[in-house]
Design a protein around this ligand. Structure first.
Ligand code: COA
Length: 212
């Protein structure tokens, strides 16, 4: 994450280069109204359905003593995020090609800060919140997201649930998850009206898969 001053400077630069219509949209979204919505997908650990093809690379699960090694291997993760993971109940699943981190995926619980929604969620014992999955572009197409999340799920007690939040547009993620048995069972959102933030959620019975 960038600090406020650099974020403000890049925002202004973007505004200067935008067409009047785009500039109006940016100002509207920044100062008037914005809504972020994500689907809740999950699976009971006992129902996680692994990929058929084996993973040729080394898969491991690391604790907090190795979290810093992930910084720099995922462009969507920085030292502040790792600090948050340390403050929560977290582990990181890694795929290694020799010494190189080819992919990583975080599992966390407790009072979890969800960056996309800009608010905290409570993830109780027995639930594992999956987030910040990243596969290096050199290693995409090998089902590494499926391998990481399924391997982790298999190691958790029967009766636990692994779940996470995904944007509708992220078809690669939705498809990866639906192929290992995850189903949509809710929506989470945050809205901003004139700077006032409000969060909400709705839960429903698991829906059929849409991408497989
Ligand atoms: C999402 C991500 C982790 C998936 O990586 P991966 O495990 O290598 O996934 P794959 O490339 O094997 O793709 C998974 C499936 O989605 C399909 N897919 C990939 N991109 C797609 C797209 N743009 N549209 C439709 N389907 C797509 C693949 O064909 C594959 O289908 P298959 O089940 O038939 O094999 C990776 O794209 C990534 O790191 N993205 C950026 C970060 C991100 O979005 N993280 C997830 C947050 S929830």
């Amino acid at each position: 994450m960038s600090d406020d001053s650099s974020a403000g400077a890049s925002g202004l630069a973007a505004l200067r280069g935008a067409s009047p219509r785009d500039a109006a949209t940016m100002v509207w979204r920044k100062f008037v109204h914005r809504r972020v919505e994500m689907g809740r997908y999950g699976v009971p650990t006992a129902e996680s359905d692994g990929p058929v093809e084996p993973c040729e690379l080394t898969l491991d699960v690391w604790g907090p003593d190795r979290f810093d090694e992930i910084v720099g291997t995922n462009p969507h993760l920085d030292a502040d995020d790792v600090r948050d993971f340390r403050a929560q109940r977290s582990q990181v699943i890694v795929v290694l090609d020799g010494d190189r981190v080819a992919a990583s995926s975080w599992m966390t619980g407790g009072r979890v800060f969800v960056h996309e929604l800009q608010r905290h969620l409570e993830v109780p014992e027995g639930e594992h919140f999956s987030c910040r999955t990243y596969v290096d572009p050199d290693y995409r197409g090998l089902s590494l997201m499926r391998h990481m999340i399924h391997t982790y799920s298999q190691r958790q007690p029967t009766g636990d649930e692994v779940w996470g939040l995904v944007y509708d547009w992220n078809v690669a993620s939705v498809r990866s998850l639906e192929r290992i048995g995850w189903r949509r069972s809710g929506d989470y959102w945050t809205t901003w009206w004139f700077g006032r933030q409000q969060g909400g959620e709705r839960r429903y019975p698991a829906r059929p898969a849409t991408t497989i």
